[in-house]
Design a protein around this ligand. Structure first.
Ligand code: ACO
Length: 275
């Protein structure tokens, strides 16, 4: 049974079969991230992780923009005199943009229309996939107003961009388009803005059809081995494969082998097994 969609003040949740859109919903403020939005995003992600119908999560923004970064008024100025409020906002901000998203158990796609500035980079990088509109505008604008790309942005961009690009865009604050983001492999691809949703759904449907356990273990494995030595990776991947074999509630591996080797109704090289 899947739970009803929850209702939140600054975040909208919409379903499209097995794909759930989690939408930053402050369009009048170009989806700038307020403390309330951070708390709502934490709640939305926790809900989606447990929701049985959700196989894929798409993170995007309402009103034709992804996110104008941290809300300068509500996140920075509004918390200046209250260190406890600031600490709470920071915790929530980091929790959803990196901790929860980068360890999410289901496939995640960042769908980027319009503006994406500063702190908005972190969730794009934390998602497994990112697809942008050709005319999206990305900018590490922190330098423009006298701060550094903090809150993990500087670290995250060095993970997802070449070192030269990360330095260039962080220090100059120059903007780059969705098309340029795709050329530098910061996003998987860019498409004309009127095709953005279709391109995201094409990928989402592909992911929905895969074994959820295989998707989860594969993404966890890829993320973990990046920072391991070869010996550690070999050990870890053996253990991870064993864990998948025993923990997969669908027993996909056995099902798939039977379909290929015995029933001869499936070819692993050409698509996924019948679940
Ligand atoms: N913080 C607070 N309010 C914001 C933010 C923000 N980051 N971005 C936009 N808004 C508000 C504006 O103040 C304005 O509010 P108002 O209608 O009450 O006056 C409303 O959103 C619309 O913004 P405009 O500037 O009028 O919209 P426009 O389309 O002309 O420009 C743009 C959009 C380019 C995004 C511009 O608003 C901007 O530069 N925003 C700041 C982007 C930025 O540098 N973010 C911080 C990154 S650093 C970090 O995240 C740590």
């Amino acid at each position: 049974m899947s739970a009803d969609v929850i209702s939140l003040e600054t975040v909208k949740i919409e379903r499209d079969e097995g794909t759930t859109f989690i939408i930053l919903n402050r369009p009048d403020k170009r989806n700038a991230m307020s403390p309330q939005l951070h708390m709502d995003m934490c709640e939305a992600l926790d809900w989606a992780e447990e929701d049985e119908q959700t196989r894929v999560v798409v993170i995007t923004g309402a009103g034709g923009n992804f996110c104008a970064g941290q809300d300068l008024k509500l996140y920075f100025r509004g918390n200046e005199d209250d260190p406890r409020k600031m600490a709470r906002a920071r915790r929530a901000s980091h929790a959803w943009r990196w901790d929860k998203l980068s360890r999410f158990r289901k496939a995640t796609i960042a769908m980027v229309p319009g503006y994406c500035f500063g702190g908005g980079f972190t969730p794009v990088i934390a998602c497994d996939f990112a697809i942008a509109a050709d005319d999206a505008t990305f900018g590490l604008s922190e330098v423009n107003w006298g701060i550094i790309p903090g809150g993990l942005v500087a670290w995250a961009v060095t993970q997802a961009m070449s070192y030269r690009d990360a330095i260039y865009y962080s220090v100059t604050g120059d903007r780059f388009s969705g098309k340029e983001a795709a050329a530098m492999k910061f996003v998987n691809k860019s498409v004309p803005s009127d095709q953005l949703r279709d391109a995201v759904m094409e990928l989402a449907r592909k992911l929905e059809a895969k074994s959820p356990a295989a998707v989860r273990y594969t993404k966890e494995a890829l993320r973990s081995v990046r920072h391991m030595t070869q010996e550690q990776a070999l050990d870890y991947l053996d253990a991870k494969n064993d864990a998948l074999k025993f923990m997969d509630p669908e027993k996909g591996r056995e099902k798939a082998m039977k379909q290929f080797l015995d029933d001869k109704v499936f070819k692993p090289g050409l698509g996924e097994f019948k679940r």
